[in-house]
Structure formats: structure tokens, C-alpha cells
Design a protein around this ligand. Structure first.
Ligand SMILES: C[S@@+](CC[C@H](N)C(=O)[O-])C[C@H]1O[C@@H](n2cnc3c(N)ncnc32)[C@H](O)[C@@H]1O
Length: 199
């Protein structure tokens, strides 16, 4: 089993998931309210326990959500069922196999793209996202921001350059904005809001 997967599994098993805030991130809500993103099939990569996927479904998308941690996916399925949401929640790694249901009109990830430490992996991730999108389809990614000064633990931190290097070959970058994650932590971790449009 790969180290990243083991690490995420352990986080869920021990309840060490500060990202799991029990509500959709306001950044997703704001982007959907601001940009004219057409409704249709949408993919969330690394959906965790499902709050954003459920929000996407409620916002009119036909949602497919993926995870590599079964425990997170089970929680997401349970929440979706309780809310009467009909999304597909599947255990799959976009870097290993293509996701059924593509091409999507919108891809969302919060904290998945940023979790790859190697530049080549981030580029492969961006390329895989592009491959799963319709021409001119949108990708919204919320990532940790390397401009944050902090002492303790927190999300992986990426620079604007690192993001552009991975994303720009495959996407026109519409937004690359510094902000903060929706969080129960005070202060909330800084983030990047990256909205790209497939070339
Ligand atoms: C920081 S967590 C965020 C979870 C969720 N997006 C949220 O905001 O609550 C990142 C998630 O991505 C998942 N993940 C990591 N690599 C993945 C991959 N290649 N495919 C699908 N999910 C992945 C992890 O298991 C973890 O649940």
C-alpha cells in the first residue's frame, strides 16, 4: 500500500482530520455564485466524508465523488443517503485508472491536489483532471498556501509558481487568488483558490 494512502487512512482512523468541518467550504459556494459554471456531470476528487459532494449535488450537478480511503467514503455514502442524494461515491485513484462518467463539466478538489509533494505527480494530477473534462470545462482546486507563516501542523503549502507549473500546460488559469480555507481552526489556514479552464 502506498505511503500517502496509509497516512490518510491513519488520519481517518484516529480522527485527525481538521479539514473535515461538517459543512461545504464557503469558497466553493462563492465560486459557484460568481462564475457561470454550467450544470452537468461533476467530479470531486478526494471527497473525504462528502460535505462538498453533497453540496454540489444540491447545486444541480450530477456528482461522482472519489476517495482512496474506504472509511471516508463510507461516511460520505451514509451522509448522502441521509440527505437523499443520488451521487456515485467510488473508491478510485484518478492517477491509476480513469473515472467512469467522464467527460465532466466541472471538477472540484479541496486538499487533494496539494497533497502530492512531487512536482511530476502534481503535473500528472492536473493532466488527469484535464483528461476527464469536456473542452473548456472547469477545475476548482482549494490548496494550502506557502505564503502562510505558521509554527505547527497544517495543510501542505504550495507556492503560486508550483501551481502554475503543474496546471498551466493543461488549463487557462482564470483565478489564482490567495484566501483562506473554511475551517473550524482559528486562524483558518491560508489557501489558494485556483479556478482553471481546460485548454
Ligand atoms: C485534506 S483531505 C480533504 C477531504 C475533503 N476534500 C474535504 O475537504 O473534507 C484530502 C483527501 O483526498 C484523499 N485522496 C488523496 N489522494 C487521493 C487520490 N489520488 N484520489 C482520491 N482521493 C485522494 C484523501 O484520502 C483525503 O480524504
Amino acid at each position: 500500500m502506498d505511503e500517502r494512502k496509509r497516512c490518510f487512512e491513519q488520519r481517518y482512523q484516529t480522527g485527525n482530520m481538521p479539514w473535515d468541518i461538517g459543512r461545504p467550504d464557503f469558497n466553493l459556494r462563492q465560486v459557484l455564485a460568481t462564475y457561470d459554471i454550467p450544470r452537468g456531470p461533476a467530479l470531486e476528487i478526494g471527497c473525504g466524508t462528502g460535505d462538498n459532494a453533497i453540496f454540489l449535488a444540491k447545486s444541480g450537478f450530477d456528482v461522482t465523488a472519489t476517495e482512496i480511503v474506504e472509511m471516508a467514503l463510507e461516511a460520505a455514502r451514509k451522509k448522502a443517503k441521509a440527505e437523499g442524494i443520488n451521487g456515485r461515491f467510488i473508491l478510485q485513484d484518478i492517477l491509476e485508472t480513469d473515472i467512469e462518467g467522464s467527460p465532466f463539466v466541472f471538477v472540484f478538489d479541496r486538499g487533494c491536489f496539494h497533497s502530492f509533494d512531487m512536482p511530476e505527480k502534481r503535473k500528472r494530477f492536473a493532466q488527469s483532471v484535464a483528461r476527464h473534462l469536456v473542452h473548456r470545462g472547469y477545475w476548482l482546486s482549494l490548496l494550502g498556501n506557502a505564503d502562510e507563516n505558521r509554527q505547527g501542523p497544517g495543510p501542505p503549502q504550495r507556492t503560486a509558481c508550483e501551481i502554475v507549473e503543474a496546471v498551466e500546460p493543461f488549463f487557462e488559469i482564470i483565478v489564482l487568488k490567495s484566501g483562506h480555507f473554511d475551517s473550524n481552526l482559528k486562524p483558518p489556514p491560508r489557501n489558494w483558490i485556483m479556478l482553471g479552464r481546460r485548454r
